[in-house]
Write a protein that binds this ligand. Structure first.
Ligand code: NAD
Length: 482
């Protein structure tokens, strides 16, 4: 697909977000973001230099003390106003997210409601989250304080841009930190808009900064001596690099990485409820979601029926431009589309059946129809690696122990889904699975309230829920002889 030329009079410009306003980069560089369904330019975006990162972090550091000293209830009020303004602007933000990322409008709006929920949830936590007292007898008083780190560097992926920005920024802010966020270059615009909303809602200048760019800018952020913790969401390869850089500086990180999540259908599953959920688990956002359920482990006795019903659903999928709100939008980049097509070839070469599910993809745009791969074994590449596209690998099993063994035989450990009517089995299997979260009888269950994160190559640290307030603070123990 050819990307169309940029008409500067028509294509909107987005600046770095520094000190309460959008700014050109010091070197005047910029890049263009394109709609992945048709190659039309969506935005021109200022491209930060390492000098811009330095300015952004220093200003955030300067703003930090005042924000940390603001009484928690007042910080909460600011976050509450941000939640309300995100909702007021949801339509425009949804259009922008959908154009920039390619996702169907309804899914973009759902991400934006999620972003509002993060600010709403943490708005209410400011005046409720605190330390504890420790009993040391009558001569000593001991208590803990939850202290903000200072400047947090938030490095973000492109698959749910504003939602993931809110997931890190809201708990960091409520606990008194300042944030310098670096969105992915494919999708920077809504993070910049979010920072503008925060300023309009009374967040002091400098407390939430946005710098743009790729690895060089991400590394400049991690290496900056005034950055005290890094929240990273992205791929395993980059996460490993981020962790090395952070280790050199002895600063902590949160790593939210990929997944190859097993979705287990036992023979007693309620198939009428399970099948639409299994389908959504690998096709939502065209499969570009870390928690996608991409390894379907299905009991032998229902295997044939389940596959036939999934193929039927996949064949009905509508594909189209995100803002036209189809079932499935384009993948966000050509690289991602090519990577997914490569996995389909590898599946066929290694002996899996790539089942036919309807017509060809549209001629323009980075589209991939949902694909169901049957007869997959857990050693095939498509069962081991994260594909990040609408591709489901189906693996049959015959016993509960075999299902658990297959589920855990993975380098990843982000999410696992279970469908069963047997309560004992649900608890037994949930306990046995190596995963940060287990969904029973509903995939993608939970919300901003429920802690989220991985084990194994899916990363470490927890976001969402009250847990995230721990993540963005450290414990200080004060002990006083009286
Ligand atoms: P990526 O690792 O390529 O990039 C993520 C971010 O890191 C981008 O902002 C990128 O510019 C930046 N970056 C790249 N190289 C860097 C470096 N050397 N130093 C610092 N920053 C650097 O990931 P992606 O392709 O944008 O996102 C897709 C991945 O994200 C998938 O693996 C997906 O599973 C994962 N993800 C995880 C979660 C989660 O919560 N666990 C959520 C969404 C996405």
């Amino acid at each position: 697909m050819k990307e169309s030329p940029v008409d500067e009079a028509v294509v909107p410009w987005f600046g770095l977000y520094l000190n309460g306003t959008q700014t050109a980069s010091e070197a005047g560089q910029e890049f263009t973001s394109y709609d992945p369904s048709n190659g039309l330019p969506v935005a021109r975006v200022a491209l930060a230099s390492p000098t811009d990162v330095d300015h952004a972090v220093r200003a955030a550091h300067a703003a930090f003390a005042g924000w940390a000293a603001t009484v928690p209830v007042e910080r909460g009020r600011v976050l509450g106003r941000i939640a309300a303004m995100i909702r007021e602007q949801a339509h425009g933000l949804g259009q922008l997210e959908s154009l920039d990322n390619g996702k169907p409008l309804a899914q973009a709006l759902s991400d934006i409601e999620g972003a509002a929920r993060y600010f709403e949830f943490y708005a209410g936590l400011g005046d409720k989250f605190g330390g504890e007292t420790i009993p040391l007898g009558p001569k000593l008083v001991s208590y803990t304080r939850r202290e903000p780190y200072g400047v947090i560097g938030e490095i973000l992926p492109w698959n749910a841009p504003i939602n993931q920005a809110a997931r890190g920024v809201a708990p960091a802010l409520i606990t008194g930190n300042a944030v310098v966020a670096k969105p992915a270059t494919l999708t920077s615009t809504t993070c910049i808009e979010l920072a503008g909303i925060a300023t309009a809602c009374g967040l002091p200048d400098g407390v939430f900064q946005v710098v743009t760019g790729d690895a060089e800018i991400g590394e400049a952020l991690i290496n900056h001596p005034l950055v005290r913790k890094v929240g990273f969401t992205g791929s395993v390869v980059t996460g490993r690099r981020v962790a090395h850089l952070a280790a050199d500086r002895l600063i902590p990180t949160i790593l939210e990485l990929g997944g190859k999540s097993p979705h287990i259908l036992f023979e007693d599953a309620d198939l009428d409820a399970a099948i639409p959920s299994v389908y959504q688990a690998f096709t939502f956002n065209a499969g570009q979601i870390c928690s996608a359920g991409t390894r379907l482990l299905v009991h032998d006795s229902i295997h044939e029926e389940v596959v036939a019903r999934l193929v039927e659903l996949a064949a009905q999928a509508t594909l189209g431009r995100g803002v036209d709100d189809p079932d499935i939008g384009p993948l966000t980049s050509k690289d991602q589309r090519d990577k997914v097509l490569g996995y389909l070839e590898s599946a066929a070469a290694q002996g899996a059946a790539v089942l036919p599910v309807g017509g060809a993809e549209p001629d323009t745009g980075y589209f991939v129809r949902p694909r169901i791969l049957d007869g997959v074994t857990n050693d095939m590449t498509v069962a081991r690696e994260e594909i990040f596209g609408p591709v489901l690998s189906v693996i049959a099993f015959s016993t509960e122990d075999a299902a658990v063994a297959l589920a855990n035989d993975s380098d990843f450990g982000l999410v696992a889904g279970i469908w069963t009517r047997d309560l004992g089995r649900a608890h037994r299997v949930a306990a046995a699975l190596e995963a940060g979260q287990v969904f029973v009888n509903q995939y993608f269950a939970g919300g901003v309230e429920t802690p989220f994160g991985g084990v194994k190559n899916s990363g470490y640290g927890r976001v969402k829920g009250i847990e995230a307030a721990h993540t963005y603070t450290y414990v200080k123990t004060v002990t006083i002889r009286i």
